[in-house]
Design a protein around this ligand. Structure first.
Ligand code: ADP
Ligand code: MG
Length: 364
């Protein structure tokens, strides 16, 4: 009997080093010096990618999970010798550099393979926070007032008001965002600018710090993209000397108190009018930055309900139950169903090319 061929998906990621979350398993939670709210034994990096591969398998795909471990040849071999219907692109950096992320998508485009998520241009653009902010402002999407510094000195008349936040302009995932990133005076500001230049050796963004609520808004799909239920962060349990931000520690480090004191609420409690305003800014930003398939936008909402887009994250983290996936679940999609939708978007994508004979061919 004829059996339908399974669609094949290669889930690719890049994790060359040791897994810090494996080490955390050896830590005794009682030795932390504070009361942890969450289990400190979070999933290891490998387990997270395995969960994605397993969930896709459950949805009926033939799945290969591949860690390229900083070796591009491994990816080229996969494309040439073991082609799959879709590559699920979870590679976020190469040789520890997130600025090379877009070239990986470029490789898929050049080989003409279908892949999930954002195109190379969008990945490159959103990696540059200053450039993205300019584009947002040009399209009337509000983003905090800022200066992009190419040397460790703020121009005399910068016109920005305290407090401000200093962050590296070409990083993501809260890299370089710490308790001390929010500054309240000139000395601290200069000190922080110097430190950020030294650590990241790339332009530094100085932004007005927007007090108020933080919203993370996930978007799924293409025609048309849909805004998923909005997440708000509750900072009320952070120690009083800690600014209301999602620092690197609060996001990733279960050994730090801030990790246990920031909580997500989904759906956020917003009036219909404000929700509409947020969604409209988000969809506009998603479209003008050229996002495809899925993305997450980080926003702040002031006490008088002014909306500011902080950044656009194409190909955001897909860990089960958190962030993008928390919103998808609230929307009514399981982890597996959401992943299946993303594969579906990539499968439907095709490029139309003109051949020498003038005929139009449809090519993946
Ligand atoms: N202008 C700002 N006003 C208030 N908080 C900010 C501002 N910029 C960044 N933050 C805080 O820092 C976190 C990380 O900054 P973000 O711009 O999202 O960069 P990334 O997540 O790529 O590191 C945000 O989630 C937010 O909590
Ligand atoms: Mg962010």
């Amino acid at each position: 009997m004829y059996k339908k061929r399974k669609i094949s998906v290669a889930v690719v990621y890049n994790h060359p080093g040791e897994d810090i979350y494996e080490k955390i398993r050896e830590v005794d939670a009682d030795s932390l010096g504070f009361e942890p709210e969450y289990d400190i034994n979070v999933a290891t990096v490998t387990e997270e990618y395995e969960a994605i591969a397993k969930a896709l398998q459950k949805q009926g795909y033939k799945v290969t999970l591949l860690n390229i471990k900083d070796d591009i040849q491994v990816l080229i071999d996969l494309i040439r010798n073991d082609p799959h219907d879709v590559i699920f692109n979870l590679i976020e950096f190469y040789r520890d550099d997130p600025n090379l992320e877009y070239l990986i998508a470029g490789l898929f485009a050049l080989y003409g393979v279908r892949y999930t998520g954002a195109r190379p241009f969008t990945l490159a653009l959103c990696q540059r926070k200053g450039m993205t902010k300019q584009l947002l402002l040009a399209n009337n999407v509000p983003t905090p007032r800022y200066k992009l510094l190419t040397e460790p000195k703020l121009p005399g008349r910068h016109g920005l008001h305290y407090p401000m936040i200093v962050k590296p302009s070409r990083e993501d995932a809260s890299s370089g965002v710490e308790k001390g990133s929010v500054v309240y005076n000139f000395d601290h500001l200069n000190e922080r600018i110097k430190k950020t230049f030294e650590e990241y050796n790339s332009p530094v963004l100085v932004e007005e710090f927007i007090e108020g609520r933080e919203l993370h808004v996930s978007v799924l799909g293409n025609d048309p993209p849909e805004v998923l239920p909005i997440i708000e962060f509750d900072f009320s349990e952070l120690p009083s000397d800690y600014p209301s931000i999602i620092s690197y520690d609060a996001k990733w480090n279960p050994l730090e108190e801030s990790f246990h004191r920031v909580h997500s609420i989904c759906p956020a409690n917003l009036s219909k009018r404000i929700e509409k305003k947020v969604k409209s800014a988000v969809l506009k930003a998603y479209k003008i930055t050229g996002c495809t398939d899925y993305a997450r936008l980080d926003l702040r909402l002031t006490n008088d309900n002014k909306v500011f887009v902080l950044e656009v994250n194409p190909n955001p983290d897909l860990t089960e139950g958190v962030s993008f996936m928390e919103s998808a679940e609230q929307y009514g999609l399981s982890f597996g169903e959401t992943l299946e939708k993303i594969v579906g978007f990539a499968l439907r994508r095709h490029y139309v090319v003109k051949t020498k004979s003038g005929k139009t061919d449809t090519q993946i």
